[in-house]
Design a protein around this ligand. Structure first.
Ligand code: SF4
Length: 313
């Protein structure tokens, strides 16, 4: 219970008597245990049980009812205000696993990026790579990211000058794909939990996105999805793009899911909410869901050869 005791101490330090807890989907199972612990410690506790995928989705509805909101598992993407406490979810790994990536690297000086779960290990990763003769360079990210940290909507930390190759350490293939598309550099993805390594190839992804843009061309109207979540608001950009397309209508939504898009019935959509929605969830959607940059291609304002991954600033 030590880690929760620290949290209780932090709350007391702020004179908070009531607290709302918010968890990403992968950590929700811990909600019951932490809430019961804090209740036993004398706090009034609310668990925000709505789906949550990032720090861009703070439980602002709960804030008027409590003295503090504790958001688990993410780093802040903007100024959250004085009532919000971020509790990171750090995952340690055996750094010997970095040796698995060495045979895949062509350069002796590389860029290094990782995700929020492992970013606390970044200095140790740099040291470990140096031990095997690889100089790793890092850069501070955007959207509140720490040194070397990328998000699914922010790859600034990967834009490291004077390196031709980047090592991504983390799970999943979306982040390294984003790094590849954002930088144009060779990207090696190391999953430190599985110990697997692969070079990122964006060709299949680009073919699928090209086909989607072509499908969307025949649509007689477009729904431009704008999120009402705290850190996903791109209302201005959506409004500006809608003004350039006479068949585009803004849709203000909180949760974007296949059922809602089916009910709305547009033959194609453009996503201004979390960029990952358009990429990861496309197979579930009943119609093409384009990124803003893909919509620009459709409108003839951008060429597919200059394809850009969608990022938030
Ligand atoms: S917008 Fe999407 S990728 Fe960015 S922080 Fe939010 S959930 Fe994560």
């Amino acid at each position: 219970m030590t880690e929760y005791s620290d949290l209780a101490r932090k709350l007391r330090h702020r004179n908070a008597a009531s607290v709302a807890l918010q968890f990403p989907e992968g950590l929700k199972r811990r909600a019951r245990e932490i809430a019961l612990f804090l209740k036993k410690e004398g706090f009034f506790v609310i668990v925000n049980a709505d789906p949550c995928y990032g720090a861009c989705d703070l439980a602002s509805d709960a804030l008027p009812h409590v003295d503090a909101l504790v958001h688990f598992g993410h780093t802040p993407v903007d100024d959250p205000g004085p009532k919000v406490i971020f509790e990171p979810y750090s995952v340690d790994v055996d750094l010997d696993v970095l040796g698995e990536a060495a045979p895949f690297l062509r350069q002796r000086t590389i860029g290094l990026v990782t995700t929020a779960q492992h970013v606390h290990l970044l200095p140790a990763m740099v040291r470990k790579l140096a031990e095997i003769g690889i100089a790793a360079r890092t850069r501070t990210g955007s959207r509140g990211c720490r040194e070397g940290q990328v998000l699914g909507c922010a790859f600034e930390a990967a834009r490291i000058p004077s390196v031709d190759e980047i090592l991504f350490v983390g799970t999943g293939l979306f982040h390294p794909l984003g790094v590849r598309l954002a930088t144009g550099k060779r990207v090696i993805a190391l999953d430190p939990l599985a110990g697997t390594v692969q070079e990122v190839d964006e060709e299949r992804f680009l073919r699928q996105r090209f086909a989607l843009v072509e499908r969307a061309r025949s649509a007689d109207s477009y729904g431009l999805i704008v999120s009402s979540k705290t850190g996903q608001g791109r209302f201005g950009l959506a409004q500006e793009m809608a003004s350039r397309c006479r068949n585009a209508i803004l849709l203000l939504m909180r949760e974007v899911n296949p059922e809602e898009l089916l009910n709305l019935g547009f033959p194609a959509y453009v996503n201004f909410a979390c960029p990952r929605l358009a990429y990861d969830d496309q197979p579930r959607f009943p119609a093409p869901v384009l990124s803003p940059q893909e919509f620009q291609i459709l409108l003839g304002e951008r060429d597919f050869s200059s394809y850009a991954i969608d990022e938030m600033s």
